[in-house]
Write a protein that binds this ligand. Structure first.
Ligand code: AP5
Length: 217
């Protein structure tokens, strides 16, 4: 494989969950811009300190900052045979920058997997989400629970709840998504690379639908 897969969709549509599964199957890195930004906030870097207030409010971090973080990550050697990215691009400016970065790296855009879900399903998913800071695994207290309460199955780290998973911030994240990111659906739709997937089914059913879409079914 020498291509890039992009996961696009509203908060809680399952981008991170499905991107991780696809990366395990294709054996290429899974890059989550949200994870990169949260790590920068935890580490207290200049980028993290700039991003924190935007993330806590559910707003987008400025384009030049996300573009520079994404560019730095895609240039690493583990991406040379392709990668899977979720949460980038999210604006038209980021999409334009992404196209240039792919050209510079000699990587083709394989598919944009656009996962949809109704808002009420998203809100119930986010309230039960638990995440692992160490390995990035994502669980749900009801739909996808870890074997041991609040402990990561993969690495044994204690799970945590994200600061932006409150009802008020979730509403802002949705309206920001509709205003800034939905225009990308039209853009990639025109390119013929967009694959729309109903994300309201179970994790396994969504994974199967993504695999079938990849086989052109
Ligand atoms: P980010 O972390 O990317 O948040 P998001 O886009 O709001 O998406 P989520 O992570 O909430 O949802 P997801 O679709 O990945 O779902 P998940 O698989 O986790 O970004 C956070 C913030 O960072 C942004 O608000 C912004 O401030 C900043 N940022 C990031 N990228 C940026 C960019 N490019 N530009 C500017 N700013 C940027 O699943 C959710 C829950 O549902 C989990 O509990 C999971 O177990 C469960 N679940 C998943 N699938 C299913 C299923 N099929 N059935 C039942 N439960 C399921």
């Amino acid at each position: 494989m020498n291509g890039a897969f992009v996961f696009l969709g509203p908060p809680a549509s399952g981008k991170g969950t499905q991107a991780k599964l696809l990366s395990e199957r294709l054996k290429v890195p899974h890059i989550s811009l949200g994870d990169i930004l949260r790590e920068a906030v935890r580490a207290g870097t200049d980028e993290g300190n700039r991003a924190k207030s935007f993330m806590d409010a559910g707003k987008l971090v400025p384009d030049e900052l996300t573009i520079s973080l994404a560019k730095e990550r895609f240039a690493r050697s583990d991406c040379k045979n392709g990668f899977i990215v979720d949460g980038f691009p999210r604006t038209l400016k980021q999409a334009e920058a992404f196209e240039s970065i792919l050209g510079e790296c000699g990587i083709e855009l394989s598919s944009v997997i656009y996962i949809t879900i109704p808002v009420d399903v998203a809100v119930s998913r986010l309230s039960g989400r638990r995440s692992c800071k160490k390995c990035g695994a994502v669980y749900h207290s009801e739909f996808n629970p870890p074997r041991k309460l609040d402990v990561c199955d993969r690495c044994g780290e204690k799970l945590y709840q994200r600061r932006d998973d409150t009802e008020e911030v979730i509403k802002t994240r949705f309206s920001v998504y509709e205003k800034e990111t939905l225009p990308l659906v039209r853009r990639y739709g025109k390119s013929g690379k967009l694959k729309e997937i109903d994300g309201s089914a179970s994790v396994d059913e969504v994974r199967n639908a993504i695999e079938a879409a990849g086989r052109g079914k």
